[in-house]
Design a protein around this ligand. Structure first.
Ligand SMILES: Nc1ncnc2c1ncn2[C@@H]1O[C@H](COP(=O)(O)OP(=O)(O)O)[C@@H](O)[C@H]1O
Ligand SMILES: [Mg+2]
Ligand SMILES: [Zn+2]
Length: 461
């Protein structure tokens, strides 16, 4: 009986070594190696890419209009770039308990209802648990959904090849194993081999394949990082555990843009699309409080309003003052703080500064700079900005406010949400812009600014 060999495998990139290393020579990650006993490599299936294996002239390849499934969940389809492509593999990652199974069971039920053959493979929950959840999510649904409670790869493969479904959902990849590999489910080797085989099968049989992957902090389970390279599309479901909204974010997409996000709330009926995300993000906004400014930012093609909060307090503890930024780009906020120090003389160097994009969104767009600068200055001076005021503009190192893209859409979103005043970069105020926003006239007062100093004078007085 062969005892197999022991290998050290990088969780992040799958690099294999015979001895443990502190740093991976391939992806340069620290402490990413874990020890696994490997019996042998599993043979992969004989599926090949469509038309693969033969040389072809590029000019003679007929472009295939990829068939797409619309799931009917608008926010989900948007993130996928207009539905899921047949034959593609989509990884849905996220923390345990965030709602991945819920979302994908909703997708499965919807697509089964609209006449697709769907197999939902559960390696975590029993058939009864899936049944109960389905009854809660979609009471009274009709379409037949095939459910398989199984963790052995071969058994799953057999069912798929027998049924030839349009859609397969695997929940989760960390529970499925090829027993001939001899390692535990969730190990790097298992996750990699099982995924590789299933991705090939999805291409060969042209079914759309959703994989659920848990993200964990410890090293025992192979994180979906490794999987990201193997699949066509990577989505992350994110959110604060104790708040009920969830953001579905595209990280990688071979068939569409990755800028889109979908916004949901977690209800007892499952993940529910949010019609007006700006309203949700601004729901609990304090009025007339120092340190709070609302900015319109672009998430993909959609303008959203979000509140930026800042708190500047004296740093009593000596040493380095604290700089804690959530949902904002650290380097951009650091730059803005430096500009406020140097160009406007705000003495921020001995203050702790906390800044936050409220609601769990990530606002990394430079167009939010002016809002960040105003919220920090407002907290520092302990004076609220004028009510119902938005701020838009990128800040440069000399304290200048630079033009931004898509100003018109941002303004329209602001007006929709009841804002009456907006600071915009002077550079955006061309005559063609004035023409474009002609119909907005009277709804919002637009003040052009060229520098941060001007902006502060206007709204902080
Ligand atoms: N009966 C229920 N009513 C409302 N929400 C529920 C109910 N049961 C579970 N949930 C929500 O679903 C979440 C679990 O979602 P799930 O899809 O299982 O997450 P994941 O698959 O990402 O681990 C729970 O954290 C809870 O918020
Ligand atoms: Mg789950
Ligand atoms: Zn590595």
């Amino acid at each position: 009986m062969t005892s197999g060999k022991t290998l050290f495998i990088c969780r992040e990139c799958g690099y294999e070594a015979y001895k443990w290393m502190g740093r991976c020579p391939s992806c340069r990650g620290w402490q990413t190696f874990q020890e696994e006993r490997v019996l042998k490599k599993a043979p992969r299936g004989a599926f090949s890419l469509e038309g693969g294996g033969e040389l072809q002239l590029l000019g003679e390849i007929v472009p295939l209009e990829k068939e797409r499934f619309l799931t009917g969940i608008g926010e989900f389809d948007r993130v996928l770039g207009g539905g899921a492509v047949a034959g593609s593999t989509i990884l849905v990652g996220g923390d345990p308990g965030i709602g991945k199974s819920t979302l994908l069971l909703q997708v499965a039920l919807r697509l089964a209802d609209s006449g697709n053959k769907v197999i939902y493979v559960t390696g975590e929950e029993s058939l009864q648990q899936v049944k109960m959840r389905a009854a809660r999510l979609c009471p009274g649904r009709k379409g037949p959904l095939l459910v398989l409670a199984e963790t052995e790869y071969k058994a799953i493969e057999k069912q798929i090849l027998q049924k030839m479904p349009h859609l397969v959902i695997l929940d989760s990849i960390q529970t499925i194993m090829k027993s001939e590999l001899g390692t535990v489910p969730g190990s790097v080797v298992q996750v990699r081999e099982v995924t590789a085989s299933l991705v090939q099968m999805a291409k060969g049989c042209q079914f759309t394949f959703f994989i659920v992957g848990h993200v964990t902090k410890e090293g025992t389970i192979a994180g979906p990082r490794l999987l990201e390279h193997m699949v066509d599309c990577v989505l992350y479901l994110e959110g604060e555990r104790y708040q009920n909204f969830r953001i579905l974010r595209g990280i990688k997409n071979r068939f569409g843009s990755t800028n889109e996000i979908g916004i949901f709330t977690m209800e007892s009926r499952g993940l529910t699309e949010v019609d007006n995300p700006s309203a949700l993000f601004l729901e609990q906004r304090p009025r007339d409080t120092a340190g709070s400014v609302v900015v319109p930012f672009m998430e993909g093609t959609r303008p959203l309003l979000v509140e930026i909060q800042a708190l500047v307090t004296p740093s009593y503890y000596g040493g380095n003052p604290r700089r804690v930024f959530t949902g904002l780009d650290y380097n951009r906020v650091a730059l803005i703080i430096a500009v406020l120090e140097k160009r406007l003389g705000l003495q921020l160097y001995n203050g702790d500064i906390f800044a936050n994009a409220v609601g769990g969104v990530k606002v990394t767009e430079p167009a939010a700079d002016l809002g960040v600068a105003l919220s920090i200055s407002s907290s520092f001076r302990d004076r609220p900005v004028l009510p119902n005021t938005l701020a838009i503009g990128e800040i440069g190192l000399t304290g200048e406010v630079r033009p931004v893209s898509r100003l018109e859409e941002r303004l329209r979103e602001g007006i929709k949400m009841g804002f009456r005043r907006c600071l915009v970069p002077n550079g955006n105020l061309s005559s063609s812009f004035e023409d474009n926003i002609g119909d907005l006239g009277g709804n919002i007062e637009i003040s052009g600014v060229s520098t941060v100093a001007e902006a502060l004078d206007l709204v902080l007085g």
